[in-house]
Design a protein. Structure first.
Lengths: 403, 260
C-alpha cells in the first residue's frame, strides 16, 4: 500500500522531535527516531490527540469530505423519554434538563419524544419538565420495548422532523435502540456521555465521555452527519425543574403495518430485584465484598441500604462466590454507576471495581486492610471491622432519618 | 448450526497505569487480551455447537497482531477464524466498524447465530453488536443472560434488564450480545492449544469483503475525536479514626446533606 493512502503524516521540516506527540498518544503509536516523530500506523487510530498536542503544527490528519446532506434542515434538540409500565425513567428528566441548556445555546426548541401505549397522561408530566414540543406515539404494539418497532418509529419521526440532536439515557433499552436508529439514518452516535456542550460557531454538539474505564476522557463531534446522537450516563446531569404551568405543543403520530412489526416476540417480563432499587438510578449504593466472609452477612449491607433507601451493590468476587446475583455486580464486567454516595464495605478495590464506581460523588470505604487500594479513591476511609462499623452506621442514620 | 462470534483485542485493563509525570497512559508492555465480555461470547458459541452441532467461526477486525486473539479463540473451541485487517479501517467509529464486520459476516456466508460481548472494555460503547444486526437487517437481542433453547429456526432467550429479565423469542438468523451471567468460560485444553498452533487464520482486506470504500475508516465514520485528555486522578481523602460509634456520629454529620 502506498504512503499517500494514509491519512496522517508528520511534516518533517516542522517536527523538532520534542516528544509532546508521543506523550499525548493514547495508543503508544508514536516513537521519536533521529529526532523526528514516527507514527506506527498499525497502532495509530487517527484519534488526533497528537495533532492537538503538537505546538509546531507538524502533524496533519487529512480532513475529509464535506457534509453528506444539507445540515441546515436539521433543527431542535430531542430527548427520547424512556418509559417502563408508564413510568418515565429519571434519566429522561436529567436529559430534559441538559437538553434545555443545549437548545437555548442553539436557539431551537427542546422536544420530548415518547413511545408507548396508554401514555396520554404523560404529556402533562413532560410539559412540566420544560419540553417545548412533545412527539407522542401511542400504539398497543409499543406497550413494551421491542427493538424493531421502537427503532422504526424513531427512524420515521427523525426522517420527517429532522432533529439536529437526539439524546437518550445509556440504559439497556437506550443503548440497544439508539444504536439501531443511528445506523439506519446514518447519524453519528457517541455512547455513555458524561458531558455535553455546544460549539456555538459551528453548531456542533461536543460530547465528552470516558474511555478505558475512565482512565482517559475523549471529546467527540459529528461534523458532517445529522442528527448528532448521544446516550448519556445516569446521574451526571441535573433533572429539569418542574413548572406545572408550562405548556407544550403536542404532536400525535400514528403508524401502522410494517412500522410496528417485530420479528422478535416478548414472551414475558420478569422482575426480580427484591427489596432494592435499580443500581444505575440509585442516589446511594451500599456495596459488599469478600470482607463479608459469608453470604448471610450481606444482611448487614441490606439493612444499611434499607435505612438509606439505597441500592445494594457487590464486588465481582462476592458475585463469583455465589453470595449475591450478578445483577448487583459493580465494575468492569458488571455495572458502571455514578451515585451521590457509594459505601464500599469489605471491598479491597481492584482496578476492575474502581472503574465501575470511581465517578461517584462521595465514596466511603470501610476495610480492615489499611493498604487496600479502595482508600486511594475514597473521600472518607475507615480502617476497621465492617461488622462493627456498618451496624453502627445503620443505627446512626436511622436516628438522623428518624426511622 | 453456523455460529459466528465477533471479538475484539483490547489492552489488559489491570495493566493500564497513568504516568505520574506526563499524566498519560503507559502503553509500553501492556498486554493485549480478548475483551472480557467476548470470552463469554466465545464460550456460548462453543456451547451452542456442543448442544446443537455445527461450526463456530470467530472474526475480529483489527491490526495484524489481533491474530493472537483469534488463535486463543481457536484454543477455546472455535473452528475457524477470520482476521479482517486493512489500513483503510483506521479511524473507524462504531458505524464503520459494524459496517466492516457485517461485510465480513456476509462473506462468511451462511450463519444462524451471531454472538458478541455486550461491550468492549476499552471503548465501552455497546454499539457495535446492534450496529452489525442493523447493517445485516436481522433481529437482535442484547444483554442475553441465557439461551434457553434453539429449535425450528427459533431461539428462546433471556435478556437482562435493570429490573430483572425479559423472555424473548426470535427467529434465526439473529444476533445476541451476551453478559457475564450467561456462562463460565473454560480454559484452553491441550488439544485446543495444539490446534491453535497450527490453525490457519483467514486474512481479509477491504476488497476481500467487498466493502464500499466510502463506508470505511475515517471517511465512513460520522464521529470524530477532537480532544483526548486524562481526568485528574481521584485523590484519597480523609481517614476517620475512633470507635465505631464515634465514627458513625462523625459520618452522620458529614453525609447529612446527601442522605436527608
Amino acid at each position: 500500500m502506498s504512503e499517500n493512502q494514509d491519512s496522517i503524516k508528520v511534516i518533517l521540516d516542522k517536527c523538532t522531535g520534542c516528544t509532546l506527540c508521543a506523550r499525548a498518544c493514547p495508543f503508544g503509536a508514536i516513537k521519536i527516531t533521529n529526532k523526528k516523530a514516527v507514527i506506527d500506523l498499525a497502532k495509530c487510530n487517527l484519534c488526533g490527540a497528537c495533532v492537538t498536542a503538537c505546538k509546531f503544527s507538524a502533524i496533519e490528519i487529512k480532513k475529509d469530505s464535506s457534509p453528506k446532506k444539507d445540515l441546515s434542515q436539521y433543527r431542535d434538540v430531542w430527548v427520547f423519554c424512556e418509559q417502563k409500565k408508564g413510568v418515565i425513567q429519571t434519566v429522561s428528566f436529567e436529559l430534559l434538563g441538559e437538553g434545555k441548556k443545549l437548545a437555548k445555546k442553539l436557539g431551537v426548541k427542546l422536544c420530548a419524544v415518547i413511545l408507548g401505549s396508554g401514555i396520554e397522561s404523560k404529556i402533562e408530566e413532560l410539559s412540566a419538565r420544560g419540553a417545548d414540543k412533545i412527539y407522542i406515539v401511542d400504539e398497543p404494539e409499543l406497550k413494551f420495548y421491542q427493538d424493531e418497532p421502537y427503532t422504526n418509529v424513531l427512524v420515521e419521526l427523525t426522517k420527517e422532523y429532522k432533529p439536529e440532536i437526539i439524546l437518550c439515557g445509556a440504559t439497556t433499552i437506550g443503548r440497544s435502540l439508539i444504536s439501531r436508529v443511528a445506523i439506519t439514518v446514518d447519524a453519528g452516535l457517541t455512547a455513555d456521555c458524561t458531558g455535553l456542550d455546544i460549539d456555538e460557531k459551528d453548531r456542533l454538539l461536543l460530547q465528552t465521555r470516558p474511555a478505558f474505564g475512565g482512565n482517559i476522557m475523549a471529546t467527540i463531534i459529528t461534523p458532517n452527519n445529522r442528527p448528532q446522537m448521544s446516550t448519556v450516563r445516569h446521574k451526571v446531569m441535573k433533572e429539569a425543574e418542574i413548572h406545572k404551568s408550562h405548556k407544550s405543543e403536542v404532536i400525535r403520530k400514528k403508524y401502522g403495518g410494517e412500522t410496528l412489526k417485530s420479528r422478535t416476540t416478548l414472551l414475558d417480563v420478569i422482575e426480580e430485584i427484591e427489596e432494592t432499587v435499580n443500581l444505575s438510578e440509585a442516589d446511594i449504593i451500599v456495596s459488599g465484598g469478600r470482607g463479608l466472609a459469608a453470604p448471610e452477612n450481606f444482611a448487614i449491607i441490606k439493612e444499611l441500604a434499607k435505612v438509606l433507601g439505597a441500592a445494594v451493590g457487590a464486588s465481582r468476587s462476592s458475585v463469583d462466590a455465589g453470595w449475591i446475583p450478578y445483577s448487583h455486580q459493580v465494575g468492569q464486567t458488571g455495572k458502571t454507576v455514578c451515585p451521590k454516595l457509594y459505601i464500599a464495605c469489605g471491598i479491597s478495590g481492584q482496578i476492575q471495581h474502581l472503574i465501575g464506581m470511581q465517578s461517584a460523588k462521595v465514596i466511603l470505604a470501610i476495610n480492615k486492610d489499611p493498604d487496600a487500594p479502595i482508600f486511594k479513591v475514597a473521600t472518607y476511609g475507615i480502617v476497621g471491622d465492617i461488622f462493627e462499623i456498618v451496624p453502627a452506621l445503620t443505627k446512626e442514620f436511622k436516628k438522623i432519618l428518624k426511622k | 448450526m453456523n455460529i459466528v462470534v465477533c471479538i475484539k483485542q483490547v489492552p489488559n485493563t489491570t495493566d493500564v497505569k497513568i504516568d505520574p509525570v506526563t499524566n498519560t497512559l503507559i502503553r509500553d508492555g501492556v498486554e493485549s487480551v480478548i475483551n472480557p465480555f467476548d470470552a463469554y461470547a466465545i464460550e456460548e458459541g462453543v456451547r451452542l455447537k456442543e448442544r446443537f452441532g455445527g461450526k463456530v467461526t470467530v472474526v475480529t477486525m483489527g491490526p495484524p497482531q489481533a491474530e493472537n486473539a483469534l488463535k486463543e479463540a481457536i484454543s477455546l473451541g472455535c473452528d475457524e477464524a477470520v482476521l479482517v485487517s486493512d489500513r483503510k479501517f483506521a479511524g473507524s467509529d462504531t458505524w464503520a466498524t459494524s459496517y466492516t464486520l457485517s461485510c465480513a459476516i456476509k462473506k462468511i456466508g451462511v450463519f444462524d447465530v451471531i454472538i458478541c460481548g455486550k461491550q468492549a472494555s476499552d471503548g465501552d460503547t455497546a454499539q457495535v453488536g446492534p450496529g452489525i444486526s442493523t447493517h445485516l437487517d436481522i433481529p437482535q437481542v442484547t444483554y442475553v443472560k441465557k439461551i434457553e433453547d434453539i429449535s425450528n429456526s427459533k431461539a428462546k432467550v433471556e435478556r437482562m434488564t435493570e429490573e430483572g429479565y425479559d423472555i424473548v423469542e426470535t427467529p434465526l438468523p439473529c444476533l445476541f450480545t451476551v453478559v457475564k451471567e450467561i456462562n463460565s468460560p473454560r480454559i484452553p485444553s491441550l488439544k485446543g492449544m495444539m490446534k491453535a498452533k497450527s490453525a490457519k487464520i483467514a486474512k481479509w482486506n477491504a476488497e476481500d469483503i467487498d466493502a464500499d470504500p466510502k463506508n470505511l475508516g475515517l471517511e465512513g465514520s460520522p464521529t470524530r475525536v477532537v480532544k483526548i485528555f486524562t481526568p485528574p486522578p481521584r485523590k484519597g481523602g480523609e481517614m476517620l479514626k475512633g470507635d465505631a460509634a464515634e465514627i458513625a456520629e462523625k459520618l452522620g454529620e458529614l453525609l447529612k446533606d446527601i442522605i436527608l
